[in-house]
Design a protein around this ligand. Structure first.
Ligand code: AMP
Length: 429
């Protein structure tokens, strides 16, 4: 038997209702915030990711699924979405129509990390990106949107961390501080970090090796090195969060695993997830559009890890909206023929409807109706056809009533209102 590739997984029919619910909730919210959906390909030129995410990052150094296609081009399964969204923003000249552009995209990403709980080699993200806005309120608004989403899903036990990585003016000073700090700590650093120390010491904050992590607990803070513009930007982001009653913690070690960030970075963590506790992360990337050959337009965005969100929500599946549905138990050739037509008519009325096409006994058809969790069963055989009325059984209350064959579909539809035991979507905060 051929099995799944390690680190990949199937999302089963019993799970997809929750995925659909999460996606529908976020789409609604994103569209209310003025975002439009962009669908980007899964495959891009390798250079796009190497240039945007950064050559010294774990993603580019170790985790990309890269291959040479038959013509010798180097292609990569996308490890994240921002680079592709920026490429599309430039390629389709979205900025010419309106530099302020809000885009979202939902889909799978691929990273060859060591698989473990909450960490897969194909995982799903919801990405939102805003272009053309320098104002710190754009950063804060994105965070607000992210937290509204978490709130709509009723998630508790989550913490928002924020940081600023400064800009091309103040960050070099901080890098020098870090290099000085790390100068005589070579023994405590892994071989990757020894190399990073010279090229890009900020990356060391991201290293998962315990000795590197421990070394960095005493490292200097970038927040002490911000220039006045970066400081004021960061202060405004915090002011808006406070005004909006969004609790947060500043975390000067939050550098994120990608090189393109400037100024604001943020992450949402959920302790309940264990070691892989980041549910979402994002930040500002003002130089990226230009670096990839576009105009000098700023950008800010986030990515939500859907797999981890689903894990947090898994206990709440029973709260999902359930539509009533119908099973027609038809006995005998004549009833089967009529039922086949009714099934199609009910479906056109947006009722999920099933029947047994093999003309089994009533007992076995009722068992099937139970298995399918039908809310109602319509029973019809030769006797019902002769008498001009079928039997409608409510599977919850077990009550039965006779329903006339003439105009049957309309009559039954008016009796079975789709039950919507939907989740409470009201914001609690
Ligand atoms: P990143 O851009 O790496 O910060 O990723 C954004 C979010 O995607 C993270 O906060 C995670 O929730 C999710 N994520 C990243 N990598 C993985 C992975 N290998 N498996 C599952 N989820 C992931």
């Amino acid at each position: 038997m051929i099995k799944l590739v390690r680190g990949f997984k199937d999302i089963l029919p019993t799970e997809t209702a929750l995925w659909q619910y999460v996606e529908a909730t976020v789409r609604e919210l994103l569209e209310d915030f003025g975002f439009a959906e962009l669908r980007i390909p899964i495959l891009e030129k390798t250079e796009l990711f190497a240039r945007s995410i950064g050559a010294g990052t774990d993603i580019v150094e170790k985790e990309m699924y890269t291959f040479t296609d038959r013509k010798g081009d180097s292609l990569t399964l996308r490890p994240e979405a921002t680079a592709s969204v920026v490429r599309a923003y430039i390629e389709h000249k979205f900025y010419a129509k309106d530099p302020v552009c809000k885009l979202y995209t939902i889909g799978p990403m691929f990273r060859r990390e060591r698989p473990q709980k909450g960490r897969y080699r194909q995982f799903y993200q919801i990405n939102a990106e805003v272009f053309g806005l320098h104002d710190p309120r754009a950063d804060a608004e994105l965070i607000l949107l992210l937290m509204k989403f978490m709130n709509r899903l009723d998630l508790s036990g989550i913490v928002l961390h924020i940081n600023s990585l400064g800009c091309h003016k103040c960050r070099p000073h901080f890098k020098d501080d870090l290099k000085t700090f790390l100068a005589n700590r070579s023994e405590q650093l892994c071989s990757d970090c020894l190399r990073r120390r010279d090229e890009n010491p900020l990356r060391i904050f991201d290293c998962k090796v315990p000795t590197c992590k421990e070394t960095m607990t005493d490292a200097p803070s970038i927040l002490d090195r911000l220039c006045s513009k970066c400081r004021s930007h960061f202060n405004t982001v915090q002011d808006v969060l406070k005004m909006s009653h969004i609790p947060y913690e500043t975390n000067h070690r939050l550098v994120r695993g990608l090189d393109y960030y400037t100024r604001t970075t943020f992450e949402v963590l959920a302790g309940a997830l264990g070691a892989q506790d980041a549910v979402a992360g994002g930040g500002r990337y003002d130089g990226l559009v230009k670096a990839l050959g576009g105009p000098d337009q700023p950008g800010v965005g986030f990515a939500i890890g859907v797999d981890r969100l689903i894990e947090l929500l898994a206990g709440q599946v029973q709260g999902l909206e359930k539509r009533s549905h119908l099973f027609i138990a038809a006995l005998g050739v004549r009833a089967q023929d009529r039922a086949f037509q009714w099934v199609q008519d009910f479906r056109m009325q947006r009722f999920r409807t099933e029947m047994d096409l093999e003309d089994r006994s009533l007992k076995s058809q009722m068992r099937r109706a139970d298995k399918l969790e039908a809310s109602y069963v319509l029973i019809v055989g030769d006797r019902e056809l002769d008498e001009g009325a079928a039997v409608l059984r409510n599977m919850t209350t077990k009550e039965q009533e006779r329903v006339p064959l003439r105009g049957l579909v309309g009559f039954v539809v008016s009796r079975i209102k789709p039950t919507t035991t939907g989740r409470n979507n009201e914001d609690r905060r």
